[in-house]
Every structure is written in C-alpha cells, then in structure tokens.
Design a protein around this ligand. Structure first.
Ligand code: ADP
Ligand code: PEP
Ligand code: K
Ligand code: MG
Length: 526
C-alpha cells in the first residue's frame, strides 16, 4: 500500500485556527448517518436531525421489533416532508451478533475476581451469577484463558458499564468465567464480543432474512448493512435480495467487525457497494496500537475503488455530554482526512441526550477538515492508481473535477441515471458540492411501468460531496434528445436555494449530448 505523507494541505496558517468558521447554510460534504431510537424517533427530533445534517437514517434490527421501527420510519417520512430534506434508509441486520437479554432490566453488578456463568439456556434470568446467551455453540468455540467482552447495547467505551471476563472453565454448554473488572450492566440488552473466534452462525441469519423479506421490502430500503466476514456473505445477501422485487436495487454495505472481515477485505470490497468500519467491535478485536492502521489502509482501498466508506464510533462521550473530548474531535477530523465518506453515529443519536447537537458538532468538524484536505495530492494518487488507458467515463469524471477546481466552480452538476457517473466524480474528491441530477427512466417488469431514480438518488446520500436531485419524470423524453436545458435550470435553482450557487458563479456540467459524454463550463448571469 502507498500511504500518503501529506493528508493536509501545508503549510496551515496558524491564524486560521482562530478565524471563526463561517456559519454555513450548507451541510458538510462528509455525510452523517444517525441511528434512530428512543431519543431520536419523534417527528420533531428527526426533523432537527435532518436540519443539522443527517442524510442517512439507520434502523438497527439488533434490537426492537418491526412495529417499533415502522413507527420510527413513519416519523422519519413525516420529518422528510416537513423539512423537504432527503434522507436514505439503512437497515442494519443483527447477523451473528452475540447478545444477552436482561428481561427484568434490573441492573446487574459483576464484582472483580468472582465467577459468572454464561449459559445458552435463554429461559434463565440474567443475574450476577448467570448470563443467558443467544447462541449455543460458544462453548465449543472457546477455551480456557480466552477473553470475553460484555457491554451495554451500543456500548460507548466511555461508560463504566462494560466488563471483561476470562474463561475459567468450560462445562458442557456452560462457560464459567472470571470477572476482571467490577461493573454494573444496565439496560435490556448486552452485546457480547469474543476476540478472534469464529462464530458458527450464518452472516445473514433466518431472523435477518425474515426482517428483510417483510419490513425491508415493504419499505424499499436503500442500504442494507451486513455483518460481513467473507466476500461470499455479500454474494449470498445479493442473491437473496435479487428475488425480492424492487429491493434487488438495495445497496449492500459490508460491516467489517472482526479479524475475519479484515483478512478478507479485498474480496469483500470487490463485491460490496460500500464498507462500514465497525470500530466498536474491531476496536476490541485489534490491539489498540493497530486500530488506526487498519482504518487508514481500509479507507485508502475504498477510495481507490471509488466505493463509499463509513466510520463508526466517533464521539461516544457525546452520548452524555454536550462537547466531545479532544481525542474524539481530532478523531473525526482525521477520519475525514483519511478519506471517509460518512460518519455513523450510534449510541449518540439512539439513546444520547444530545442527538441534534452531536450531528451538528460532527458536521462542523468534518467541514473544517474538508477545507484543509490535500485534494491535489489525493487527485494525483487516484489518477495514478487507475492507470492508462482510462475508461471514458473515468476520464470524464476526473476531468470534470479538475476543470471545476481550475475555474473555481462553485458546484459540479452531473446528470446521471444509474448514479455511476456521479459516484465516479465523487471518487476524485471535488472540493465543491456535486449536484447529482438523477433523471428517471421508465422501466417495466411486464406487469407495470415505473420510473427508476428514487433509489439511485437516495443512495448517493452516503457519498462524500454528492447532493442528489431527482428530476421530474415528465423530463425523461427530453433527456433522450440530449439537451436537458430545463432540468439544468431546475438544478441551478436548487443550488441557489441551497446557497451554493450565486449569480456570476462558474458551474461545471457533466452530461451526455447525443452519444458523447461532455464536460462543459458555464458562467452564470444573474
Ligand atoms: N439522463 C441523462 N441526460 C444527460 N446525460 C446523462 C443522463 N444520464 C447520464 N448522463 C451522462 O451519461 C454519462 C454516463 O453516466 P452514468 O451515470 O453512467 O449513466 P447510466 O449508467 O445511467 O447510463 C455521464 O456523462 C452522465 O453525465
Ligand atoms: C457500529 C458498530 O456495531 P453495531 O452494529 O453493533 O452498532 C460498531 O461495532 O462499530
Ligand atoms: K446491528
Ligand atoms: Mg458492532
């Protein structure tokens, strides 16, 4: 891997640190995924989250029933209507996640140096002596001396409510463990992580399939987040989706949670539409001094492949605090400089006290980091990596970005149907927003005629720098004629309303005229 010595544009003027960041009407180029739950499911709060810059909502089926998530989703839809802001929907599966259900929800205190038994008998009640696990195969996969981590669902790492256990003895299906630190586990659900073992459960479990087949299909989900250990996991999930009508278009994001996913990363990246670096679990699995290395190596590979990459667990402490720690604030900026497309918030929005403030704080940090990202160096690396001869579309996309930077365009407008052209432009990390104008196409499945475009538009809401606009379906006939003038007008109006296009600005447009793809530079009047 070639790593970059210069992620920052240098030298940074020291006084720029003291210049207040301009209040921006426009969100950061880096996208924010918010997990919706108890503290973020009313129409009012979701509207404010959208206003603060959330562009993807994650509904996590590791927890909650379909009716609960449906209610949240209906509220999201109402908030989208109210705010007129687009938002994609991500369904997160449970996969082979190990969990302990605490039916009584009474807090459980585990004392250092005492013993606790993990049992697969889920009829038992959780207590400080016995913890019922949702998996019966663990005793066969584990041995004396292994380490087990148990945390609150969406553990943040900053709470004192996580516990480390050391396996003392395996007795049939039961595992007796030594408690390494005193902690009180609270809440209805705890996540269990065992380092470096293979959990013999499919990545897409029967429960996940049921949720996708019913809830996912009913709601036309845009993105599926899949616990991934192997490229085959993605292929299987895609095959499963292919038989489910419209959601065969759903993008599959591979969530890399453990060493298996890390080892098979290249193959997974080839098959997936995007990658989520689940640093919560990975951060436990890897030695602390190696976490940054995986992050940088993985993001680089995603960037060069032109596939979106999402980083999780950035501002855990904002679950209970209005300000992030310095380490967290710096970590967000570094994730942007490393090249991530989006930041995923978990506990912060799901059960945190400040979901809206967290989104806006993370957005502000991202925006500052984007300003000093060394685009020039990045661009050269990306072009070199592609090599020559380039495909036509790759040449067009990179030229559009280069031209836009050279003429200081305020925005790039890209016409696209499949979304491919817009994603390729984003790959070259333009410093200005890209309005991806998705032009609907009429298609039929022999039963009915429908327009494509809505999926494609929403799916770009997780890509750095892309701001989709779904063109009016009354336009597609015109797009065939290749002029698109009236759609372009709408896109410019949209840019003006957003505050990113002003009179006399230069704009780069990428579109097809007849059979040729063209990049043109236009100078606006007033
Ligand atoms: N409806 C459209 N009108 C004009 N140009 C378009 C349209 N859709 C795509 N293009 C242009 O065609 C080229 C291929 O884009 P791409 O997104 O790969 O389209 P698709 O895969 O849907 O044909 C790009 O230059 C893009 O800007
Ligand atoms: C996002 C993560 O996991 P989960 O799906 O459990 O929230 C993570 O581990 O970083
Ligand atoms: K999950
Ligand atoms: Mg996790």
């Amino acid at each position: 891997m070639h790593s970059s010595p210069l992620l920052l544009e240098e030298p940074i003027r020291m006084v720029s640190v003291l210049e207040p960041s301009k209040p921006s009407f426009f969100p950061a180029m880096t996208k924010i995924v918010g997990t919706l739950g108890p503290k973020s499911r009313s129409v009012d709060i979701i509207s404010r989250c959208l206003g603060a810059g959330m562009s993807v909502a994650r509904l996590d089926f590791s927890w909650g029933d379909p009716e609960y998530h449906q209610e949240t989703l209906e509220n999201l839809r109402a908030a989208i209507k109210r705010t007129k802001k687009l938002c994609a929907v991500m369904l997160d599966t449970m996969g082979p996640e190990l969990q302990i259900v605490n039916k009584t929800e009474q807090p459980i205190t585990l004392e250092e140096d005492t013993l606790v038994v993990l049992t697969p008998d889920q009829n038992k009640e959780a207590s400080s002596k016995l913890l019922p696990l949702n998996f019966s195969g663990l005793s066969k996969a584990i041995k004396k001396g292994d380490t087990i981590f148990i945390g609150k669902y969406l553990f943040t790492g900053s709470e004192t409510a996580s516990v480390w256990l050391e396996v003392n003895e395996v007795n049939g299906d039961d595992i007796s463990c030594l408690v390494k630190n005193t902690a009180t586990l609270s809440g209805p659900l705890f996540t269990v992580h065992v380092s470096q073992i293979h959990i013999d459960l499919p990545s897409l479990t029967d429960k996940d399939k049921e949720v996708i087949r019913t809830w996912g299909v009913r709601n036309n989900i845009d993105i599926l987040s899949l616990y991934t250990r192997h490229a085959q996991d993605i292929c299987h999930a895609r095959e499963f989706l292919s038989n489910l009508g419209d959601i065969k278009q759903t993008h599959i994001f591979a969530k890399i949670e453990n060493i298996e996913g890390l080892t098979n990363f290249d193959g997974i990246l080839k098959e997936a539409d995007g990658i989520i670096l689940a640093r919560g679990n990975l951060g436990i699995e890897l030695p602390p001094e190696k976490v940054f290395l995986f992050q940088k190596a993985a993001i680089y590979k995603c960037n060069m492949a032109g596939k979106p990459v999402v980083v999780t667990r950035v501002v855990d402490s904002m679950t209970d605090n209005l300000r992030p720690t310095r380490a967290e604030a710096t970590d967000v900026a570094n994730a942007v400089l490393d090249g991530s497309d989006a930041i995923l918030l978990g506990a912060e929005t799901l059960r945190g006290q400040y979901p809206v403030e967290t989104i806006s704080t993370v957005g502000k940090i991202c925006a500052e980091a984007e300003k000093v990202h060394n685009q020039d160096l990045y661009f050269k690396k990306a072009v070199k990596h592609v090599g020559e001869p380039m495909s036509h579309l790759e040449a067009i996309a990179s030229s559009a970005v280069r031209a836009a930077i050279k003429v200081r365009a305020s925005v790039i407008i890209c016409f696209t149907s499949s979304g491919r052209a817009a994603r390729l432009i984003a790959k070259y990390r333009p410093t200005m927003p890209v309005i991806s104008v998705v032009v609907p196409q009429l298609k039929t499945n022999q039963l009915k005629w429908t327009f494509t475009g809505a999926f494609e538009a929403r799916q770009s809401l997780i890509v750095r720098g892309l701001f989709p606009l779904l063109a009016d379906p009354s336009h597609p006939a015109e797009s065939k004629s290749g002029t698109n003038e009236s759609i372009l007008k709408v896109a410019l109006e949209h840019g003006k309303a957003f505050g990113i296009v002003k009179p006399h600005d230069r704009v780069v447009v990428c579109q097809k005229l007849g059979d040729s793809s063209v990049v043109k530079i236009i100078e606006l009047e007033d």
